[in-house]
Design a protein around this ligand. Structure first.
Ligand code: NAD
Length: 433
C-alpha cells in the first residue's frame, strides 16, 4: 500500500510536468496551507474522560473558501486527511466550483460510542477547530461514518460559540436545519450522471450493463438505488460485513430496508421472509466482489481497495471510483496496462461537493431551491465537466490525467493571476532591479 498523500500527489506531479508551469505552482501545491491536530476530551457515559485525536487540513484556498468532509474512523491519520484535502482541492476545481479543498477527521470507531458520546465528540471537535472554520473560510461536510445529524450538532455548536446563526459554516445538515434538498443522494446521483454520459459514449445499454458496488453507505447506496431505477443491473453489493451477488440483479432500496432491520447485508441470507426470496442472491466475499465479471465495478467504500495485489484479477470492463482514492497508483498502472478504464474519483464523486456548494449558496442567500432545480443544476455541471474530461482523454491521456489536467489548469490559472516568479522576474527586469 502506498502512502495516501504521496499516492494522491503523484498524479499532480505528472500533470504539472505536462502543463510546464512555473516553480511557484509546485511550491504552493506541495503541502497544505494549514494542518491542525487537536486532542478532544470527551466525558464517556461511564464517567471516564477519553481523549480523541482530531485533524483539520486546509490544502489550498486560492479559488475560494476551503470545503471538505469530516471522517470518523479508527484509521484516520494526518496523512490520510492531508491526502483527502488535496483531492478535495482538485475536485472543486474539476467541478468548476469557487472553492478550495480541505478535510478533517477524528480517529475513533463511532460504532463503539453511544449517541450521547457521539454528540459530545462532534461538539468537542467543533470547539477544537472553531477558530479555523467559518462560511467564508473553511466549510466542513459529512464523509465516512458522519451524517446529517452529526452535521446538525456541529453547526449548532458553532452557532453557540459565535452567538449567531451561521448555517453556511457546515453543509450536509438535516433539511430542517438549513440543509439542502438532494444533498443526501448527491454523490450517488452525480456518479450516475457521469456513468450515463460514459455509457452513451461507449454504447453501453443500461439493461445489459451489470454493476457491482463496493460499499453500501451514503454514496454507494444512493448510487446503486438510482442506477437500478435508471435501468442498470446492480448484481452485487457489499458493506464492511460482507457481500451479496445475484446474476438477475438486486433491488438496492429493498436491500437497504433489510440492512436497516438486520444491520448487515449478509444477514439477509439467513432470513426467510418473502422479500428475501424476491431478491434471490448468494453470499460472496468482499474480495470476490472486486473480481466479478461485470461491465462496471463501482468502488464506494474506502481508499486503496484495488492495488498491485489484486488489480490483475479485476475482470470488470470499467471501474467507477465513487470513493476517494479506491485505486492506488500501482493498481492504476496495472489497470491502465490491461486497458481497463478508470473513471476517476475527482470527477465521479464531485456531486457531493457540488450540492454542498448549493447548500452554502442557499444558506448565504436565504433562498431555498426545489429538489428538481438542484438536480437539474447538478446534472448540468456533472455532464459538462464529464464531457470536457472525456474529450481531453480522447486526445491521448488517461481519464485521470485528463481530470487532473482540467482541475489543475483552473488552480494554476488562479495562482498565476496573483503573480508568479516569471511575472515578477519580468517586472524586476523592466525596472532594472
Ligand atoms: P459511509 O460511512 O456512509 O459508507 C461507507 C460504506 O463502506 C459502509 O457501507 C461500510 O460498511 C462500507 N465499507 C467499509 N469498508 C468496506 C470494505 N472493506 N468492503 C466493503 N464495504 C466496506 O461513507 P460514504 O459517505 O458513503 O463514503 C464512502 C466513500 O465515498 C468515501 O471514500 C468518501 O470519502 C467518498 N465520498 C463520499 C461523499 C459523500 O457525500 N458521502 C462525497 C464524496 C466522496
Amino acid at each position: 500500500m502506498t502512502h495516501p498523500f504521496a499516492n494522491a500527489h503523484s498524479h499532480l506531479t505528472e500533470v504539472l510536468q505536462r502543463l510546464d508551469v512555473p516553480d511557484d505552482i509546485h511550491a504552493r501545491l506541495a503541502q497544505p496551507k494549514l494542518a491542525l491536530e487537536v486532542n478532544i476530551p470527551v466525558r464517556m457515559d461511564d464517567g471516564r474522560l477519553q481523549v480523541f485525536k482530531g485533524y483539520r487540513v486546509q490544502f489550498d484556498d486560492t479559488r475560494g473558501p476551503t470545503n471538505g468532509g469530516i471522517r470518523f474512523h479508527p484509521q484516520v491519520t494526518l496523512e490520510e486527511v492531508t491526502a483527502l484535502s488535496f483531492w478535495m482541492t482538485i475536485k472543486c476545481a474539476v467541478a468548476g466550483l469557487p472553492l478550495g479543498g480541505a478535510n478533517g477527521g477524528v480517529a475513533v470507531d463511532p460504532k463503539t460510542l453511544s449517541r450521547l458520546e457521539l454528540e459530545r465528540l462532534s461538539r468537542g471537535y467543533i470547539r477544537a477547530i472553531a477558530d479555523v472554520i467559518g462560511p467564508m473560510r473553511d466549510i466542513p461536510a459529512p464523509d465516512v461514518y458522519t451524517n446529517a445529524t452529526i452535521m446538525g450538532w456541529m453547526a449548532d455548536e458553532y452557532n453557540q460559540i459565535r452567538r449567531e446563526q451561521v448555517p453556511g459554516v457546515i453543509t450536509g445538515k438535516p433539511v430542517h436545519l438549513g440543509g439542502s434538498l438532494g444533498r443526501d443522494a448527491a454523490t450517488g446521483q452525480g456518479a450516475l450522471y457521469v456513468l450515463q454520459q460514459w455509457a452513451q459514449r461507449k454504447g453501453l445499454a443500461p439493461g445489459r450493463t451489470r454493476i457491482a458496488v463496493q460499499g453500501f453507505g451514503n454514496a454507494g447506496f444512493h448510487f446503486a438505488r438510482l442506477a437500478h431505477e435508471a435501468g442498470f443491473r446492480v448484481v452485487a453489493l457489499s458493506d464492511s460485513g460482507g457481500a451479496i451477488y445475484a446474476e438477475g440483479g438486486l433491488d438496492p432500496a429493498l436491500i437497504m430496508r433489510h440492512k436497516r432491520n438486520r444491520r448487515e447485508l449478509k444477514a439477509m441470507l439467513y432470513c426467510d421472509a418473502s422479500v428475501c426470496e424476491e431478491a434471490e442472491h448468494e453470499e460472496i466475499s468482499n474480495a470476490q466482489l472486486l473480481e466479478l465479471d461485470v461491465e462496471v465495478l463501482a468502488l464506494a467504500a474506502l481508499e486503496d481497495q484495488i492495488t498491485a495485489d489484486n488489480a490483475e484479477r479485476v475482470r470488470a470492463a470499467q471501474v467507477l471510483e465513487i470513493a476517494n482514492g479506491p485505486v492506488d497508483s500501482a493498481g492504476d498502472a496495472v489497470l491502465a496496462q490491461r486497458g481497463i478504464p478508470v473513471l476517476p474519483d475527482v470527477l465521479v464523486n464531485a456531486g457531493g461537493v457540488t450540492v454542498s456548494y448549493f447548500e452554502w449558496v442557499q444558506n448565504r442567500t436565504g433562498l431555498y431551491w426545489e429538489e428538481a432545480e438542484i438536480n437539474a443544476r447538478l446534472k448540468t455541471i456533472m455532464e459538462r465537466e464529464a464531457n470536457g474530461i472525456f474529450g481531453l482523454a480522447d486526445e491521448g491521456m488517461g481519464l485521470r490525467g485528463a481530470a487532473y489536467l482540467q482541475g489543475v489548469e483552473r488552480i494554476v490559472g488562479a495562482i498565476r493571476e496573483r503573480g508568479t516568479c516569471e511575472y515578477f522576474a519580468d517586472t524586476l527586469a523592466a525596472t532594472g532591479r
